[in-house]
Design a protein around this ligand. Structure first.
Ligand code: PAF
Length: 286
C-alpha cells in the first residue's frame, strides 16, 4: 500500500491504474476508521481492480468548532487497518494540501440539501460537496462507496454528481451496528458510559416503530418515536423526519410514496447521533 499525502502523487497513482486498464474504487472517509468503514472498504476491494481510500478530516464541513476539535484522530491505526484490508492507495493529506486557498464554491442542490442535517448544520453539506467533488475530480473513480447511516449525505452526493456531470456509480452500503444495535460511528467513543448504555434505544425504538406504523398515521408514528426516545433523560431528539427516500421531503401519508424512510438525530449527552429506518421500499433502490 502507498500512503500518499500530495494531490499530484494521488493523480499520478490513479493514472497508472488507468493505463494498466484497471477499474478504480474510492472510499472517502474522515479517518477514525471503524467496522462500518471496514465493510465499505471490503466491498470496494471486491468490486474494483484498484482501491483508493482517503482519510481527511475535512474542516469545511464542520459548522461546530468543538465537534471538529474533539473528533477522534487515529492516523496510525487507520493506516494499519487500510494495509490489512489490501488497499492500494491511502490518501492522507494535510488541510493545506487540500485547501491551499479557501474554497469559496457554493453548491445549490435544491430541497434535498435544505432539510434535516442541512437545516440543523448550516454549511455542512456545502463542505461535504467541496471535499467530495475535489476527490472525485482527482480520482475519477468508477465507483464511490458511502454508508447508509448518513442517508441524506448520499442523496446530496447523488444530486451533486448529477449537477457536475460526474460519471460515477455511487454505491450505497448498509449501516453497520454494534451488537446492541447502536449504529457504528467515529463519534461513539465520545459517549459517556451512562449515555452509551441507553443510546441503543434509538435504533430499538425505530425498529419498534415499524410495527407501530402499521396501525397508526405518519404523524402518530412520528410523535410516538420522539416521545419514546425523549422519555430517556439522557437523550433528546433534535429532529425526526418521516420522508420520501429520494426527495427527503416529509410525507404525511403512508400512501404518498413507494419509498419512505425515517431519519433521526438525537442528542445523547452532548454527542449527536444520527440513524434511520426504512418503512417502505417498493422501488428496489438498494
Ligand atoms: O461521511 C464522511 O465521513 C464524510 O462526510 C466524507 C464523505 C468522507 C466527506 O468528508
Amino acid at each position: 500500500m502507498k500512503i500518499i499525502s500530495k494531490v499530484n502523487e494521488l493523480c499520478e497513482a490513479v493514472q497508472a491504474f488507468r493505463q494498466a486498464g484497471k477499474s478504480v474504487g474510492l472510499v472517502p472517509t474522515m479517518g477514525a476508521l471503524h467496522e462500518g468503514h471496514k465493510s465499505l472498504i471490503e466491498r470496494a476491494r471486491k468490486e474494483n481492480d484498484a482501491l483508493v481510500v482517503s482519510c481527511f478530516l475535512n474542516p469545511t464541513q464542520f459548522n461546530n468548532k468543538e465537534d471538529l476539535r474533539t473528533y477522534p484522530r487515529t492516523a496510525e491505526r487507520d493506516a494499519a487497518m487500510l494495509e490489512a484490508c489490501g488497499v492500494d492507495v491511502a490518501f492522507m493529506p494535510t488541510v493545506e494540501e487540500i485547501y491551499p486557498e479557501p474554497d469559496t464554491r457554493v453548491f445549490d442542490l435544491g430541497p434535498v440539501q435544505q432539510v434535516m442535517e442541512g437545516a440543523m448544520r448550516p454549511g455542512h453539506f456545502n463542505g461535504v460537496c467541496q471535499i467530495v467533488s475535489k476527490l472525485f475530480s482527482w480520482v475519477m473513480p468508477d465507483r464511490a462507496y458511502f454508508g447508509e447511516k448518513d442517508f441524506q449525505q448520499i442523496a446530496v452526493i447523488r444530486a451533486m454528481i448529477k449537477q457536475l456531470e460526474f460519471d460515477i456509480d455511487i454505491v450505497q452500503c448498509p449501516c453497520i451496528r454494534e451488537d446492541d444495535g447502536l449504529a457504528k460511528s467515529s463519534r461513539n467513543v465520545r459517549l459517556t458510559p451512562e449515555v452509551r448504555k441507553v443510546a441503543p434505544q434509538i435504533y430499538a425504538t425505530l425498529q419498534r416503530s415499524l410495527e407501530f406504523a402499521k396501525s397508526h398515521t405518519v404523524e402518530q408514528t412520528h410523535d410516538w418515536v420522539v416521545a419514546t426516545i425523549d422519555a430517556w433523560p439522557e437523550m433528546e431528539t433534535e429532529y425526526f423526519s418521516i420522508c420520501d427516500g429520494i426527495t427527503l421531503q416529509p410525507v404525511t401519508d403512508w400512501n404518498e410514496s413507494n419509498y419512505i424512510v425515517g431519519c433521526i438525530t438525537v442528542y445523547c449527552g452532548d454527542v449527536r447521533e444520527i440513524d434511520n429506518i426504512t418503512y417502505k421500499n417498493t422501488l428496489g433502490v438498494f
